[in-house]
Design a binder for this molecule. Structure first.
Ligand SMILES: Nc1ncnc2c1ncn2[C@@H]1O[C@H](COP(=O)(O)OP(=O)(O)OP(=O)(O)O)[C@@H](O)[C@H]1O
Length: 715
């Protein structure tokens, strides 16, 4: 914090006294005042000083001698690793500016407003930096004092006189832009630096948006750890960005708790995870696990088979949870005829069948896992024996109870009454044994539905079973019925609209004691089991109380392109409002029809045209057409990447199967044959949704090249 005095009714400004007009952020380095006495010069001097302070912090960390403070080598190793992490986190990365904003508060934060009171100045950056006296030079963007940088407005300045945004060119501070929030005469205008940031070409992995988080996004980012949030937002509204910044925020605000319980980001596929994996490390968070839903459940079995869409829909239906529950509990023998006889020394102790029945009935009635109940039963039986011993005048202690619980007669009884069940064997039997399935699916699944999920060729063993992705989710449910799945502190679920109810349950049990951030767009649901409403999805996830927020400002897709894609909305998701683009440029939109014979050539030509611009180009096509287009690109001498491979200044063209386009973005998109994208899906609505996803990946321009007629919804 840097104290300074603000005379009343005077604009806060760095030159002390006079109002400095906000220079055009487009100021080039050569135009900028180079001397250190001008405002830009002073800001640069603060940057230099902050860099030096960061270097000193790093040197301090490197110089730490832990020999005297560690009692043993384990302590030394743990502490050493922590220091290593700290040193890493104190690196001054040349391509990420140390601060991107400044707030001049009118008064000392937290103090009463008073005439001539001292104000406070804070520089806002990705991490905290302090000087040798411990005074802050740069404040972490997640700290409470930084919040007005994102939220303050003319209407509600939150005590801030001046908000300054900094512009950088190649790591150099080259421009700044001021808003005098308490000056009623100053007109409100869109930040040029925000516009420049949005327009920046998209080469390489996803970037953080920490300098330009918008107020409605910030509200989601900073919402508390205890509550779950669900965000509905059209393409490019920043859902993924918001989810990742929320993780970074929660880790800052609840570091200890989340370090213990863990955080997880779930995305739709590996290429998407690869695309987003740099964002959290750039924000200084290295410990967050990222996985697909398939990864989460993969411990139970390898996916080597596939389902027809209708079978997968039934297997993904929440009713399967009830079928599994019933099938599992059918292993328990609730009606008993034999007593348990425990021999100890010369005495025999008998627990009669009716008493065992009571114990079993009570355990079944309690909401505990099958395995936990199975572990509790021997202790219950042993306790009944102990009561009898006491009645007979003995004085047994806890050790006797443990010994009785381990008695072979008790073990044999438990094995017979409450046998151990292997989750994989249970699912295997349900999918292979029509009678077993019928017994437990009665009244839950129709006879037709049962027939659809039974394997045509039943596997003979768990090892030889060709599990489908939906089967492995059933294994996960079965495993959780037997023993509780470990819950994390926070889970972010991206592209959530595509999950089946059983998949929501699988994610939900990984945050039963924690909270969730659910991100998605109902119009982009492209699985046959995609959710119809967030209320339903949240119920399956076990978070029915989560608040549903909506983001409507689009940061990716330009106006003309989003308007074109939004023609599909009334068909694919009636009731959803189109995204309103915040981009200044309307975007380049071209729709070209050619003959079938000319199609590959025309597509290659469109790619070549797109590549004449700066930034990345994505050629999106129906999965079935990828081979043909790959050959056409190669024949024309165009090298290309696959989704998930990082675009660089040298390799800027990616060939993207429509099924992997979700969540990704390219400066220019060439879309091949929309009709093929639609017909590549099992039904028309899913096909049109897939097309909507493909049409909304472009940042600057979209060229649609087709031979077959376009889907009518688009024309
Ligand atoms: N406040 C912001 N400032 C600058 N850029 C932003 C902002 N919000 C989002 N963006 C950018 O907009 C683009 C789209 O964001 P993101 O991928 O998070 O959107 P999404 O809603 O997840 O899209 P989709 O539904 O297509 O997956 C990204 O490049 C992101 O960096």
């Amino acid at each position: 914090m840097i104290p300074y005095v603000i005379p009343r009714d005077t604009h806060v400004n760095p030159s002390g006294g006079k109002t400095v007009p906000a220079p055009d952020p487009a100021t080039s380095p050569s135009d900028a005042p180079a001397d250190s006495t001008g405002p830009l010069g002073r800001e640069r001097a603060h940057l230099t000083a902050s860099r030096a302070a960061l270097r000193a912090m790093r040197e301090d960390a490197e110089a730490l001698d832990i020999r005297d403070v560690t009692a043993n080598w384990v302590n030394a190793v743990v502490l050493g690793a922590q220091i290593e992490d700290r040193i890493k986190s104190l690196a001054d990365l040349s391509h990420t500016p140390l601060f991107f904003g400044r707030l001049d508060y009118l008064h000392v934060v937290g103090a009463e407003e008073a005439e001539g009171a001292e104000g406070e100045r804070f520089y806002i950056g990705r991490r905290h930096v302090h000087d040798a006296d411990g005074d802050p030079m740069v404040i972490d963007w997640r700290a409470p004092v930084s919040q007005p940088f994102y939220r303050a407005s003319k209407k509600d300045p939150l005590g801030v006189g001046l908000r300054r945004r900094f512009g950088y060119t190649g790591g150099e501070l080259t421009a700044y832009e001021d808003e005098h929030l308490s000056d009623p005469a100053e007109a409100e205008r869109t930040s040029k630096l925000l516009q420049a940031e949005i327009e920046r070409p998209r080469v390489g992995p996803m970037r953080d948006i920490v300098a330009t988080i918008q107020p409605e996004q910030d509200e989601i980012v900073r919402s508390g750890l205890s509550g779950s949030v669900c965000v509905q937002g059209g393409p490019g509204t920043g859902k993924t960005a918001v989810g990742l910044h929320r993780v970074a925020y929660l880790l800052y605000a609840h570091r200890d708790r989340l370090a213990r319980t863990g955080t997880l980001v779930i995305g739709p596929n590996k290429s998407f995870l690869h695309y987003i994996e740099q964002v959290l490390p750039a924000l200084g968070e290295l410990e967050v696990r990222q996985a697909t839903v398939d990864d989460l459940v993969a411990v139970h079995g390898e996916v080597r088979g596939a389902d027809e869409a209708d079978a997968a829909v039934i297997k993904g239906d929440a009713r399967m949870a009830e079928v599994l529950r019933r099938a599992l509990r059918s292993h328990v023998t609730a009606v008993l005829t034999e007593p348990v006889m425990v021999v100890r020394g010369s005495r025999r102790w008998r627990v009669p069948a009716y008493e065992l029945e009571e114990m079993v009935g009570e355990l079944l009635a309690r909401d505990i896992r099958y395995g936990a109940a199975r572990d509790a039963l021997p202790q219950r039986i042993a306790h009944a024996v102990l009561v009898r011993m006491e009645q007979a005048g003995e004085a047994p202690d806890d050790r006797v109870q443990d010994a009785v619980a381990r008695n072979p007669a008790v073990k044999a009884a438990v094995k017979a009454i409450w046998p151990a069940v292997d989750p994989a064997k249970l699912v295997l039997r349900l999918l292979s044994d029509a009678d077993f399935l019928a017994e437990h699916a009665q009244g839950v699944l129709s006879a037709e539905e049962q027939k659809r999920i039974l394997w045509a060729k039943p596997a003979r063993s768990v090892k030889s079973a060709k599990w489908s992705a939906a089967d492995v989710v059933l294994l996960d449910e079965a495993a959780d019925l037997i023993s509780r799945t470990h819950s994390l502190g926070h889970v972010v679920l991206d592209e959530a609209q595509d999950l089946s109810p059983m998949q929501y349950r699988a994610v939900g049990r990984r945050c039963t004691t924690g909270s969730a951030t659910v991100l998605g767009d109902l119009a982009q649901g492209t699985t046959p089991w995609a959710t119809a409403s967030w209320a339903e999805a949240l119920r399956h996830l076990g978070k029915p109380e989560a608040a549903v927020e909506e983001l409507t400002a689009g940061f990716r897709v330009p106006r003309d392109v989003i308007a074109y894609a939004s023609r599909l909305l009334p068909v694919i998701s009636p009731g959803l409002a189109p995204v309103s683009s915040v981009r200044e440029s309307a975007g380049a939109l071209a729709v070209r029809q050619v003959t079938a014979a000319d199609l590959p050539g025309a597509v290659v030509e469109a790619c070549a045209e797109a590549l004449r611009n700066e930034g990345s180009t994505g050629l999106i096509a129906a999965d079935a057409r990828i081979g043909e287009l790959a050959a056409a690109l190669t024949a024309a001498g165009h090298a290309y990447l696959s989704p998930g491979e990082e675009t660089t200044a040298e390799s800027r063209l990616t060939l993207v199967p429509a099924s992997l386009a979700k969540g990704l973005e390219y400066d220019y998109v060439v879309l091949d044959e929309p009709a093929a994208v639609v017909s590549g899906e099992p039904d028309e609505r899913t096909g049109l949704r897939r097309l909507y996803v493909a049409l909304t990946r472009a940042v600057s321009g979209l060229a649609v090249v087709h031979a077959a007629p376009l889907p009518t919804a688009l024309t």
